[in-house]
Design a protein around this ligand. Structure first.
Ligand code: AMP
Length: 461
């Protein structure tokens, strides 16, 4: 995505002479493999998505949390499980100067759970509902939709066990997709992997089934068989897939309570008009899930381009040293959301467009314009000014390049007469107004509702 942007930015500058063409040679410093700059055009998507997420989360009573970019490595090893791809091969782990092992966060839940326990959030009214919008890091093989730094938004509902909460989590994730115009592109895959007890019995059944068949498994699955047999079910190797089809089914190992729980989730989803597909092989990559698991799969490419997933993780908080506390959560990848929005030609409002360009000539005009620029910005008019030495003609050219719909022009005559010129850049027409009325006149033209007023809310003492 950002690659495309960078390439097109380079392509648009045709070298006019040798000096410029040297500039176009590959610069000596590049981003590390698998990571990208977020250039301004893409930032508009990030900003819009964050706004949608914040809005939906606030509406549902969630509070935002930001955990550190790095944690002690054990936080991830303990929570995600050491038989997962993430912990096995994808973590950015390093030693600090005192030899402590730290890891850049590869996903959001582990940090949130660590924070929940560390900050005694079990004392708060339950459930505790938290959301985050953060960068994450995985040493993945870079390819389309798979980067080494990527953004996720995610949320967690901690402290209550109820199938209605699972349904609500799926509903909320789907609502955000609707707001972004991409809900129809994804099919919700749903499964249950039972309680921790059910899983124990089922994983034993899997081990028994695969006993003696190890030779037919891929190298990874042979390893997974001892560490995390559930993962054998979603291996993409052809031989492993054939064996997985004949393997014991989770459904036969579910306790009556787990079955009832799953049926309730489905009932609530139907009540909320959420379409889903039951997928008995969906297990999710992480160790900590229990009961409900779900993913948003690309309607055409399936799991390959999943946009997000989540599930219930009732055992995790205890594993991490807290009181036993049930929880359910979800996370989605923002780069993949943007790629889908772009593919669908969905555009987002551009807040970066300027309203006015200010051009001036002569020291007196510059002095007046310096103050005017500041006052216009205070009034919510997005203003840039050429405060360099160029001629009016050069400055107007620049105004065109910035796509400013209006240019204010002030030269020696205007200073003397106390006026300023407002030029409509699309029509090429211009009018002279009193300098003191300039702001009022510009607001009339761009419209009160389009002003960009700075209003963070007032501080309180
Ligand atoms: P996971 O926690 O692995 O289920 O990831 C949740 C979502 O994050 C995925 O569905 C993707 O949208 C996104 N995601 C995960 N890994 C990456 C990656 N390496 N690059 C970009 N997006 C990712």
């Amino acid at each position: 995505m950002s690659d495309e942007l960078q390439v097109s930015a380079l392509n648009s500058s045709q070298p006019a002479n040798q000096e410029e063409s040297n500039f176009n040679l590959k610069p000596p410093y590049q981003t590390p493999k698998g990571v990208h700059d977020i250039l301004p055009a893409d930032h508009e998507y990030y900003t819009f998505i964050k706004k949608v997420v914040r809005h939906r989360m606030r509406q549902a009573g969630f509070k935002r949390i930001a955990t550190p970019i790095f944690e002690y490595t054990d936080v991830f090893v303990r929570s995600i499980g050491d038989a997962t791809d993430i912990v096995d091969k994808e973590m950015y782990t390093f030693l600090d100067k005192k030899g402590r092992s730290l890891t850049l966060k590869p996903e959001g839940t582990a940090g949130v759970v660590r924070s929940f326990i560390q900050n005694g959030m079990n004392q708060l009214p339950q459930p505790v509902e938290l959301y985050y919008i953060e960068p994450h890091f995985r040493y993945d093989r870079p390819q389309k939709g798979r980067y080494r730094q990527f953004w996720q938004y995610g949320f967690e509902i901690i402290g209550e066990l109820d199938p209605a909460l699972d349904a609500q989590a799926i509903f909320l994730a789907n609502k955000i997709n609707e707001d972004l115009g991409i809900d129809k592109l994804f099919k919700i895959q749903l499964n249950t992997i039972g309680s921790l007890e059910d899983r124990k019995k089922y994983t034993q059944a899997l081990r028994d089934y695969y006993y003696g068949k190890e030779r037919n498994l891929c190298e990874h699955c042979r390893d997974r068989l001892t560490k995390n047999p559930l993962r054998l079910l979603d291996c993409k190797n052809e031989d492993c897939m054939i064996l997985a089809q004949l393997a014991p089914k989770m459904n036969d190992y579910l306790s009556p309570e787990s079955k009832e729980y799953y049926n309730d989730v489905k009932e609530y989803l139907a009540e909320l008009d959420i379409d889903f597909v039951e997928n008995p092989t969906l297990v999710r990559g992480l160790d900590y899930y229990t009961n409900t698991v779900f993913e948003f799969w690309d309607a055409h490419d399936g799991a390959q381009n999943a946009i997000g997933g989540g599930g219930r993780y009732d055992g995790l908080i205890e594993i991490m040293g807290g009181q036993p506390t049930p929880a359910v959560g979800f996370a989605a990848g923002i780069e993949r959301i943007i790629a889908n929005m772009k593919r669908e030609k969905i555009r987002v409002p551009s807040k970066d467009d300027v309203h006015v360009f200010v051009a001036q000539l002569g020291k007196e005009a510059k002095k007046k314009c310096l103050k005017l620029i500041y006052e216009m910005r205070e009034s919510g008019i997005k203003t840039i000014g050429a405060l360099g030495m160029g001629s009016i003609k050069q400055q107007l050219k620049l105004a065109d390049k910035f796509n400013a719909p209006y240019t204010l022009i002030m030269g020696i005559t205007e200073v003397r007469e106390g006026t300023i010129i407002i030029r409509n850049m699309t029509k090429g027409s211009q009018e002279i107004v009193k300098f003191d009325n300039a702001i009022e006149e510009v607001i009339k033209k761009i419209g009160e509702k389009n002003l960009d007023k700075y209003s963070p809310g007032e501080v309180m003492y």
